[in-house]
Ligand binder design. Structure first.
Ligand code: BES
Ligand code: MN
Ligand code: ZN
Length: 496
C-alpha cells in the first residue's frame, strides 16, 4: 500500500504528530517553519547551529526529542544545503533524505513543512507532489519473497501530512496515482524471473483490468501470434519453456473515435543473451529486462487512477530470452510482422526483435496519435548517459520537446540522442533487409535506428531506460522509471 498523503495548514510548533519535519539552510539560515519551532522552543535550534550539531548541509539530519514548548513528540531538522543554489533537484533530494530519516524512527505517522520552502519556478502543487512521491519511494519495501531480516525493524510509515495551501491539493492527488503506478512497476521489476514470467505479467495486467472499471484486457499467446505473423518476436521466444504473451490494455477515457496514445514496453522477463550467452557475473540483473513493460504498465495504472480524459493503449511483448536446442541462433534470418527480413547477428540484441513486431502491431491495429516505447535496450545507453538520464530518440521535434519537458517536470529526466539516417548504414546486411546489431559505435542509437524502420511515418519516440530502470548492485531495486515521465507527459496532453 502506498503511504497516505494529506494536506495540513497547522503551525509547526503546535501540531500534534510523532515527528514534525522542518528544514535549515547552511550558515544557520532557518526556514520559517524551523524559525517558529526555534522560537517556541526558546532558541533550541539556533543553539544547535552554534554548537555545530545542525549544519544545514545536505544529509545532516538532527532529531529533537520532546523539545519544550513544541507539541510534536519529535522535530526532525533537515539540512537543505546552501540557500542561494537551492533548486528543484535539491528539493527532491532533501525530501528523499527526510523520508529516509523518518524511516529510521519508530513512527508510523509524520508531518512535514518542507513543501513550504521556496523552490525557484515551482508552485505548491509541484512541491507537494514531489515530496509525496519521494516519501512513498523510500517507504516502498520488497517483501514478496523475503522474510523481514531484523525483528526490531522500525514500523513502516503509513501516513504523512504535508503543509501546503488547500488549492494545491491536486498535487497530492496526482502523487497518489503516480505512486500507485510506480509501485506497480517496481514490484513487477523486483520479482524474480521464475515468478515474473510472461504469463505472470499478463495476469497482473488482467488483475488490474478486472479491478478497474473502463479498462479492457487482452493477451495473445504463441498460436495467436503465429497466425498473425510475429516472426521476429516468436524467434526470441523459441528457446524458452515459458510461452510468450502480447499483453494489451486499453483505457478509453477520451472521446469516442479519438486516436489513442500508445505505449509499448520491452518485456523480456529474463535475458540470458540466448545462444550469444551473456557472461555469468551480474546476469541476475537481467530480471529487470522487463523494465520497459513495467514502466508503461505503471504509467497506464497512473493514467487510469487519475481517470485521465484520453484514449490510451498499452502493449507489452512479454518474452523470455533463453539458450536451448530449439533457440534461435546467430545467422538466422527472420521475417518480421512488417514483412521486413532481419539477419540475427547476435541473439542478445533481442529487445529490438520483440519490439519491432509489437510496434508494427500497435501501429496497424490502433493507428495511434503518438507511439512511445520504453525499453532497457542497450548497455551502450548506460555508457553514454549513466544512471541519471534515460536516452530519448525521436525524429519528431515537438514530441522530443514534450518528453524532455515531462522529464524535467518530474525530475525523471531524459536526454536526447540523434536518430540521423547516417547511422542506418551500420545496420545493412547481405542476407536480409536489416541486421539486428550495428557494430561497436553508437549502440544506443543504432538500436533506435532499427526500431525507426518499423515506425516510419508515425509520431514515435523511443526511451532507452537501461540505465534508469533499476539501481545497480546486489541491493539494487527497480526504480519505477519512467512512470513519472510518461504520466506527466499524459497530464500535459490533457492540460493542452
Ligand atoms: N537487456 C540488454 C541491455 C542491457 C544491458 C540493459 C545491460 C541494462 C544493462 C539488451 O538485450 C542487450 O543485451 N543488448 C546488447 C546489444 C548488443 C548485443 C548489440 C548490449 O547492450 O550489449
Ligand atoms: Mn540482450
Ligand atoms: Zn535485453
Amino acid at each position: 500500500m502506498t503511504v497516505q498523503f494529506s494536506l495540513g495548514s497547522t503551525a509547526p510548533e503546535s501540531t500534534a504528530t510523532p515527528v514534525a519535519v522542518v528544514g535549515v539552510y547552511e550558515n544557520g539560515i532557518l526556514t520559517s517553519a524551523a524559525a517558529r519551532i526555534d522560537t517556541a522552543a526558546g532558541g533550541l535550534i539556533k543553539r544547535l547551529v552554534e554548537a555545530g550539531d545542525v549544519t544545514g548541509k545536505i544529509g545532516n539530519v538532527v532529531t529533537l526529542l520532546h523539545p519544550a514548548g513544541v507539541t510534536a513528540a519529535r522535530v526532525l531538522v533537515v539540512g537543505l544545503g546552501a540557500q542561494k543554489t537551492f533548486d528543484s533537484a535539491r528539493y527532491q533530494r532533501v525530501t528523499l533524505e527526510a523520508a529516509r530519516a523518518i524511516g529510521r524512527l519508530p513512527v508510523t505517522e509524520a508531518a512535514s513543512w518542507l513543501p513550504e520552502v521556496d523552490v525557484p519556478g515551482r508552485d505548491a502543487a509541484w512541491k507537494l507532489r514531489v515530496a509525496a512521491l519521494a516519501t512513498d519511494h523510500v517507504a516502498y519495501r520488497y517483501t514478496a519473497t523475503v522474510k523481514p531480516r531484523d525483528a526490531k525493524a522500525q514500523p513502516d510509515l503509513a501516513a504523512i501530512t504535508f503543509a501546503g495551501p488547500a488549492d494545491a491539493e491536486g498535487g497530492l492527488g496526482q502523487a497518489r496515482a503516480i505512486a500507485a503506478g510506480v509501485r506497480f512497476a517496481r514490484e513487477l521489476g523486483n520479482l524474480p524471473p521464475n515468478i515474473c514470467n510472461p504469463n505472470y505479467i499478463a495476469e497482473q495486467a488482467r488483475a488490474f483490468a478486472d479491478s478497474h472499471e473502463g479498462v479492457s484486457f487482452e493477451a495473445l499467446g504463441r498460436a495467436d501470434m503465429e497466425r498473425e505473423g510475429f516472426g521476429s518476436l516468436l524467434a526470441v521466444a523459441r528457446g524458452s519453456a515459458n510461452e510468450p504473451r502480447l499483453v494489451i490494455l486499453q483505457w478509453n477515457g477520451g472521446k469516442d473515435g479519438e486516436r489513442p496514445y500508445a505505449f509499448v514496453g520491452k518485456g523480456i522477463t529474463f535475458d540470458t543473451g540466448g545462444i550469444s550467452l551473456k557472461p555469468g557475473a551480474g546476469m541476475e540483473e537481467m530480471k529487470f529486462d522487463m523494465g520497459g513493460a513495467a514502466g508503461v504498465l505503471g504509467a497506464f495504472v497512473a493514467a487510469v487512477e487519475m481517470k485521465l480524459p484520453v484514449n490510451l493503449v498499452c502493449v507489452v511483448p512479454a518474452v523470455e530470452n533463453m539458450p536451448d536446442g530449439d533457440a534461435y541462433r546467430p545467422g538466422d534470418v527472420l521475417t518480421s510482422l512488417a514483412g521486413i527480413t532481419i539477419e540475427v547477428l547476435n541473439t542478445d540484441a533481442e529487445g529490438r526483435l520483440i519490439l519491432c513486431d509489437a510496434l508494427t502491431y500497435t501501429g496497424k491495429r490502433f493507428d495511434p496519435h503518438t507511439l512511445i516505447d520504453a525499453a532497457t535496450l542497450t548497455g551502450a545507453c548506460v555508457v553514454a548517459l549513466g544512471k541519471h538520464a534515460s536516452g530519448l530518440m525521436t525524429k519528431d521535434e515537438s514530441l522530443s520537446a514534450e518528453l524532455l519537458a515531462a522529464g524535467e517536470e518530474t525530475l525523471d529526466r531524459a536526454w536526447r540522442l540523434p536518430l540521423w539516417d547516417d547511422y542506418q548504414v551500420q545496420l545493412e546486411s547481405t542476407f536480409a533487409d536489416v541486421a539486428n546489431i550495428g557494430g561497436k559505435y553508437a549502440g544506443a542509437i543504432t538500436a533506435g535506428c532499427f526500431l525507426a524502420r518499423f515506425t516510419e511515418g508515425r509520431r514515435w519516440a523511443h526511451l532507452d531506460i537501461a540505465g534508469t530502470a533499476w539501481d545497480e548492485g546486489r541491493k539494487g531495486l527497480a526504480t519505477g522509471r519512467p512512470v513519472p515521465l510518461l504520466a506527466q507527459w499524459l497530464l500535459d496532453r490533457v492540460a493542452g
